[in-house]
Ligand binder design. Structure first.
Ligand code: WQD
Length: 335
């Protein structure tokens, strides 16, 4: 079976491609490399011994995407491609709406033209917005977000839900990620954003590697046990495996289905920093600074549905996430 992975050279996409290849799937990657490096394809080959087909195009390029569908018998699509920096989306809303919505609408039109009815979509816990109580459950309202990036996820979930209503044979699995961190055990794949990282763990990795001076913890006065924000951090390899489970589910079902991918546990920033220091036997320079606009004090997943529907649950520990992140950060510094 051949799976098209859009954004397959990215952080979560590349880890998912590794798991697909290891499971015996044929994989075709389309990625415009706007937030990924071409050498990730070689690293995937080094890890798996297999070479996925790779086409450096943006999904909004209808002609290019049609050529890809014409060249391979694509049975299903995992759709990661999209801009994803929360802060940047606030400064550049038009680019985010144009890129993330156009690429998805074009993808759906081309899937329809080539009779492809199975889609797994990279959504986000951000769709739960600031008003739902945690742990978040899939039946809660997922109709608002706090950034244009998050709004594109809300809108694309709506587009896919309406598309499934109009096309009963279509299956769209809307995977709502919590906070993916960690790296492949080889140290060859990991979260390696261009420029200064916005997210916590890649920032910690750059501080630990001496590439950044110190971590600023955004806020120490929240209504949480230690005053710092709590999140549901899950290992990126657990997340990748969740996509294979969703793909299997999509093969035997139709309609739109939202599913949380999280551990069901909340961990604070300070707890994560402490775990990172302990497992990697180091002291991490940090200071407590002002809160970051838009941050919620705490949220994590109710992970029941993924277990019941997909037979999936996160298995990696916080120690695994911290150790693998450091292994990757060290190798990235050397390369
Ligand atoms: C986690 C915690 C920060 C950096 C975002 C997106 C979400 C998804 C994951 C794409 C927060 C704190 C961070 C730093 C810090 N992205 N922090 N110092 O904001 O929970 O989620 O990334 O799908 O959609 O919203 O993740 O890693 O940015 O922050 O103290 O230098 O770490 O305040 O409490 P977040 P994050």
């Amino acid at each position: 079976m051949t799976v098209l992975v859009t954004g397959g050279a990215g952080y979560i996409g590349s880890h998912t491609v590794v798991e697909l290849l290891n499971a015996g799937y044929e994989v075709v990657i389309v990625d415009d490399l706007s937030n990924a490096k071409a050498d990730v394809i070689d690293r995937i080959q080094t890890i798996t011994g297999k070479s996925p087909a790779f086409h450096p195009i943006n999904c909004a390029d209808k002609g290019g995407l049609c050529n890809v569908f014409r060249s391979y018998n694509i049975n299903a699509v995992i759709h990661f491609a999209g801009f994803k920096a929360v802060g940047e989306s606030v400064k550049k809303p038009l680019e985010y709406y144009r890129n993330n919505l156009d690429s998805t609408l074009t993808l759906l039109e081309v899937m329809e033209a080539f009779d492809c009815h199975k889609l797994v979509f990279s959504s986000s816990a951000t769709v739960y917005g600031p008003n739902n109580p945690h742990p978040y459950r899939e039946e809660m309202p997922a109709i608002q977000s706090s950034s244009p990036y998050g709004w594109t996820k809300v809108m694309i979930e709506r587009i896919l839900t309406d598309y499934c209503t109009a096309h009963p044979e279509f299956s769209a699995i809307l995977l709502r990620y919590f906070n993916p961190i960690g790296a492949h055990k080889s140290g060859l794949l990991g979260d390696d954003p261009n420029g200064i990282p916005n997210n916590l763990m890649p920032y910690i990795g750059r501080v630990a590697a001496g590439q950044l001076e110190k971590l600023t913890i955004f806020g120490g006065d929240y209504e949480t046990p230690d005053g710092t924000c709590q999140r549901d951090y899950l290992h990126v390899v657990d997340l990748a495996i969740g996509h294979l489970k969703a793909l299997e589910y999509a093969q035997n079902n139709s309609g739109a289905e939202a599913i949380n991918l999280g551990t069901g546990n909340g961990i604070s920033v300070l707890e994560l920093v402490t775990a990172f220091e302990k497992v990697n036997n180091m002291k991490l320079p940090y200071e407590i600074g002002p809160r970051r606009d838009g941050d919620l004090p705490a949220f994590w997943a109710d992970a029941t549905k993924a277990k019941e529907l997909l037979g999936w649950e996160a298995t990696h520990t916080v120690e695994d996430m911290c150790k693998s992140s450091w292994e990757f950060a060290k190798k990235s510094k050397e390369s």
